[in-house]
Design a binder for this molecule. Structure first.
Ligand code: ATP
Ligand code: LTN
Length: 330
């Protein structure tokens, strides 16, 4: 069975973008792949976090994973910082990545271009830790949203370089980006990604927020004055985003939705999108409550970390041996 791995960085509450672009797909993959899913809490602290809030977000993140249908019997679920090997391999990868490669990573470049101050070294080398997460487990495939593809490509480059220099060590991973829903846009500014860390309250649907608020956000989503429902991301980014959201959740093709709305107004269309989204999120919230009340999270994480660590330890030993870092181990 091929191996697949992905992580989510709960730097805020999880959003509809995370759900459509990532979580929902993981659930499908767990039957066909040996799946590893973790909470990337070390990646969260690349920007300042309130400790109490972070702790709550981490727990919610795991609970949402479980609520979406990730089954600890079928996949390995763990917290990144519980497997200490990640940080050590991360350092080794720091030392095998060129500044030029990091300078080309758009996520950091964008933050810098926006004039954000106090950017940390961790934020800059973030893709190296991500490469460590991936290469540690010999992942064949890495499902990510469109914005993370470049980071997986860096992991590929580092793996290939290391293998060429010191012999076969890492599996070269491939990014997997879903066709529909890889980039859900903000409802208040459909030219920007829906993001939990951008302080975009109106544009961002939080999975655990009150359903009435979700409905309201969709009904007041920014659209345009053209007044026809059509998929044209360039000229009608708002409507196209709503079509994408609908199609990703309902499974109905965008063409078929567009055809049903010929000659009809945006209000009616938004109502249907809101219904589709709210029904899905309500189901998720019910399941989330059940998970929290069941108290299984601790045990799931403990088992997941033990399983992940056995693999990570082996890989790190191999890498250290290749680099000549150890003295006694054969
Ligand atoms: P932030 O919103 O804080 O910039 P993020 O949501 O991009 O962060 P993660 O929470 O780690 O970062 O993302 C987890 C996964 O969800 C990634 O694969 C990411 O690409 C995907 N994802 C996040 N936002 C969206 C979105 N708007 N549309 C589609 N996929 C998304
Ligand atoms: N950087 C990713 C989260 C992440 C990840 C990973 C995803 C950290 N390590 C390894 C896939 C594989 C993000 O911000 N979404």
């Amino acid at each position: 069975m091929k191996r697949m791995l992905s992580g989510i960085k709960p730097s805020g509450q999880l959003t509809l973008g995370n759900y459509i672009g990532a979580l929902r797909n993981f659930v499908k993959y767990q039957d066909d792949y040996e799946l590893f899913v973790f909470v990337a809490n070390l990646h969260c602290i690349t920007v300042p976090q309130d400790p109490a809030q972070l702790k709550k977000n981490l727990k919610d993140c795991i609970a949402i994973y479980l609520a979406c249908g990730l089954d600890p019997e079928k996949c390995t679920l763990f917290l990144q910082s519980d497997v200490l090997e990640h940080a050590q391999l991360g350092w080794i990868i720091d030392c095998n990545t060129y500044l030029g490669e990091l300078n080309r990573q758009t996520q950091f470049k964008d933050k810098k271009a926006k004039g954000e101050t106090n950017l940390t070294a961790g934020l800059y080398t973030y893709p190296c830790l991500m490469a460590a997460d991936i290469l540690m487990y010999d992942a064949d495939y890495v499902p990510v949203g469109a914005d993370q593809k470049q980071h997986v490509e860096l992991a590929r480059d580092v793996a290939e370089r290391f293998n060429n220099r010191l012999g076969d060590t890492f599996v070269v991973p491939e990014p997997v980006v879903a066709e529909v829903g890889a980039k859900i846009m903000s409802l208040s500014d459909p030219t920007k990604k829906m993001s939990k860390s951008e302080n975009d309250d109106k544009g961002c649907i939080i999975l655990l927020e009150d359903i009435a608020i979700t409905r309201k956000k969709i009904m007041s989503a920014v659209t345009d004055s053209l007044a026809y429902v059509r998929f044209d991301p360039e000229n009608q980014p708002g409507i196209s985003n709503l079509l994408t959201i609908h199609s990703a959740i309902s499974g109905e093709s965008i063409d078929s939705i567009v055809a049903r709305y010929e000659g009809k107004g945006y209000g009616e269309f938004k109502k249907e999108v809101a219904e589709v989204v709210c029904t899905e999120i309500q189901k998720l919230q019910d399941e989330y409550k059940r998970v929290i009340e069941s108290g299984i999270i601790e045990k799931v994480l403990e088992d997941g970390a033990n399983k992940a660590q056995r693999i990570a330890r082996k890989k790190l030993n191999k890498v250290q041996r290749k680099l000549g870092l150890d003295i006694f181990r054969k």
